[in-house]
Each structure stands twice: as C-alpha cells, then as structure tokens.
Design a protein around this ligand. Structure first.
Ligand code: SF4
Length: 291
C-alpha cells in the first residue's frame, strides 16, 4: 500500500456489514401502535428479566455468549502468531552478567531500553563489578545514571542492592525469587527479568508497561494491577512460555501495538483482537478490552 493511504476503516456500528435500519415516517398514532406491537411480541418471546448480576472480574471467568477470551484454543492461537512474528526475541537490555542485567532493569523503570543501553556500557566499564558499585555512595553514582530519569532513587536502589549482594550473598546475584525480592529497588518485574533472562528460570511472567497494556487489549486479563495481571497470565499461559511470551509482547508493543495509536491494520493478531482502542477492525470491538 502506498505511503499515506489509509484503508477505509470499518465502522464500529456494523455499517460495514450493510446493516441498515429502514426508517419510514410514521404518525404519532401509528407509532404508538407499532411500539405496542413490538412490546407485545417481545413479551411473548423474552423471558422475564432477572436482576443483573455484576460480571465476574477475573478474565478466567469471562465467558459471554460462548466467547471466552482465555479459552485454551484462543490463547494457543495468540502464542502461535507471536511465535511467527517474533521467533527469536530476547531481552533488549545490554548485559553480560546477572548483576549487569539487574542494574539495567532497575535503570529501565520509567525509561526506555534504548536510553538505558546508552548509559550502561560506560557505567559497567567504569565500575566493572558488584564490589565496585558497593564501594560507592548513591551520590557518586547519580551523574552516571541521570539521563535515565528518577536518578536519585535509582542510584539508591543500585548501590543498596550492590551492598546487600556483597554483604549477604557472597557477591553473587541470588537465583531465588524470595532473596531477590529482599534487594532494594527489586520488585517482581525486575526479579522475573533476571531469573528468566539470565538464569532461564520461569518463576513468573514479566509484566512491564507493554505486557500490561497488550494483555488487556487481548483480553487475557481485566486487571490493572501488575501483580494481578501476572497471576492471570500464569494461570492461562503454559509455564514453558512464561519467559518468551513477555519478550514477544514487549517487542510487539514497541513495533505495532504501541500505546497511543496501535498499528492494527498491519497486525497479524488483528482478526482475533477485539480491543476497544483499535485503530482498524474487521471484528467486533469490545469496549472493555483496552490497555
Ligand atoms: S490488533 Fe491492534 S490493538 Fe490488537 S494486538 Fe494488534 S496492534 Fe494491538
């Protein structure tokens, strides 16, 4: 398709399916007769309405009119298409050890991987070991990580983690989620990145901003809290896909399923995605399914 030519977007109302409502002028009298007929027909065919019960919150329980967004076949189809799209993706943060990956992940909060990768090669050349970091004060590190944003907190976390790793874990990044979570600045996302990408241990699913947004768009979860999203994903994804799924979704979020204007017309998941904020759709839109 030539540049700048945007395909006609099907209307959300279903007009693209040539659904038309015939409208003929009716008088007030015939309109009231017509309404009465519809009401009487509806009363014959529609059972008495029960009091509406609120929908189940968990995506795993979401099943409306036979459509279950987390049905195993649908999840498998999503995973298959992600495999076709992103067969060999890995962590985009430059690192050569578990410690470097831990530092890079702490620095990546509220920043981009590209931004972090600009900073870390020089940082790891200047301070080549966890012991070298542990000998610093946070103030000494601040100028080196300033461009990644929130640099005071990040300096504190990195130096605090280095000191603890040297003092309590023999200078080695622990390969255990409970121990990792005791390090300053390390929450489940960072711990899962280090365990999955360095130690190849699937203890959970990394939920960053891309996984958060796209899991909701694809209706794999209805949750907003990263920990609850992770729980939902752990329930529906096979464990052997926990690590790769995050990498693939993160790449998808960078390339196509971007936050503001997802490139739905180019997306291979389009005909199984019902996100409420799609920019192009050939399928029914689900208003609640958005990032
Ligand atoms: S169709 Fe659009 S919203 Fe859905 S996954 Fe693809 S890019 Fe994202």
């Amino acid at each position: 398709m030539s540049r700048g030519v945007v395909p006609r977007q099907p209307a959300r109302t279903g007009r693209q399916d040539k659904v038309r409502i015939a409208r003929t002028p009716v008088s007030a009298k015939s309109e009231s007769k017509h309404t009465a007929r519809i009401q009487s027909a509806s009363a014959k065919t529609t059972p008495a309405r029960k009091k509406a019960t609120p929908p189940a919150k968990s995506a795993t329980a979401a099943k409306v009119n036979g459509y279950n967004p987390v049905a195993p076949e649908r999840v498998q189809e999503i995973l298959k298409r992600l495999n076709d799209l992103y067969p060999d993706v890995t962590c985009a943060l430059t690192h050569a050890s578990a410690w470097e990956l831990l530092v890079a992940t702490i620095l990546s909060a509220q920043s981009t991987d590209v931004n972090v990768n600009r900073v870390t090669p020089e940082l790891f050349r200047k301070y080549p070991s966890v012991q070298a970091f542990a000998a610093l004060t946070p103030e000494q590190l601040e100028p080196d990580v300033r461009s990644t944003g929130f640099f005071r907190n990040k300096s504190k976390s990195v130096i605090g983690a280095a000191k603890k790793i040297v003092a309590e874990f023999g200078g080695q990044v622990p390969e255990d989620i409970e121990k990792l979570l005791t390090l300053p600045g390390v929450a489940r996302k960072t711990a899962n990145v280090v365990l999955g990408s360095w130690f190849k241990r699937a203890e959970g699913v990394v939920v960053d901003t891309h996984v958060h947004r796209i899991s909701r768009r694809l209706e794999l979860t209805k949750e907003n809290d990263p920990q609850k999203i992770e729980k939902d994903l752990m329930k529906i994804l096979p464990r052997e896909r926990w690590i790769l799924f995050s990498h693939q979704i993160i790449w998808h979020g960078r390339k196509l399923c971007i936050a503001r204007k997802p490139k739905c017309a180019e997306c291979a998941l389009e005909n199984i995605c019902h996100a409420g904020d799609k920019t192009w759709s050939t399928v029914e839109i689900h208003k609640n399914a958005k990032g």
